[in-house]
Write a protein that binds this ligand. Structure first.
Ligand code: HEC
Length: 152
């Protein structure tokens, strides 16, 4: 019993010690200079930019499948979004855009056309070259990245 009491006393002592130290810690924290919250001007990709990135990811996946000898049959993207998606402020659909967009859509769809007589790798590279054709005039930044999609 005496031991138990002793122990209880010890525990209480320990607890209050802990509480004291933790209170001290809090004090210390309060003494620290208040961290300045920096607000970054977050880059908000346009609907079109988001869709382009989805197309990029999709074609990356196609490339991996083709290289592995598989036959892709799935086209989960709604390519008609290219006609409707909002673009980054200041950008609009130019004549050049209009002349490339349908050619591109047809070539992207042709990749998953299992009845085609054209070799799969060739159909794929045609689509990627159509990405590049439009990008040469409409948006040159991602060209090196898109080139990496080509199958050598
Ligand atoms: C008909 C023209 C056209 C075609 C075809 C096209 N793009 Fe684009 N792409 C654009 C334009 C214009 C933008 C800029 C969109 C914006 O900023 O709103 C863009 C933007 C991008 C971006 C940058 C997105 C970002 O985060 O800012 C990537 C990556 C991209 N395209 C990849 C591709 C790939 C991959 C393909 C083919 C599978 C492709 N594009 C086909 C015109 C095209």
């Amino acid at each position: 019993m005496g031991f138990y009491l002793n122990n209880k006393f010890l525990s209480i002592a320990m607890l209050s010690f802990l509480m004291l130290t933790s209170c001290k810690k809090e004090e210390k924290v309060a003494e620290d200079p208040i961290k300045k919250t920096v607000e970054y001007d977050m880059y908000q990709p346009s609907e079109m930019a988001g869709f382009m990135n989805a197309m990029y990811a999709y074609n990356q996946q196609l490339k991996a499948q083709i290289v592995a000898g598989e036959t892709p049959t799935n086209l989960p993207l709604d390519l008609l979004k290219l006609h409707s998606a909002e673009m980054t402020d200041g950008k609009s659909r130019t004549q050049n855009w209009e002349s490339f967009v349908n050619v591109f859509i047809n070539s992207q769809e042709a990749i998953v056309d299992t009845l085609s007589n054209t070799e799969l790798k060739e159909r794929y590279n045609v689509a990627i070259n159509n990405c590049l054709s439009c990008h040469k005039t409409e948006c040159t930044g991602p060209i090196p990245k898109i080139k990496k999609l080509l199958i050598q």
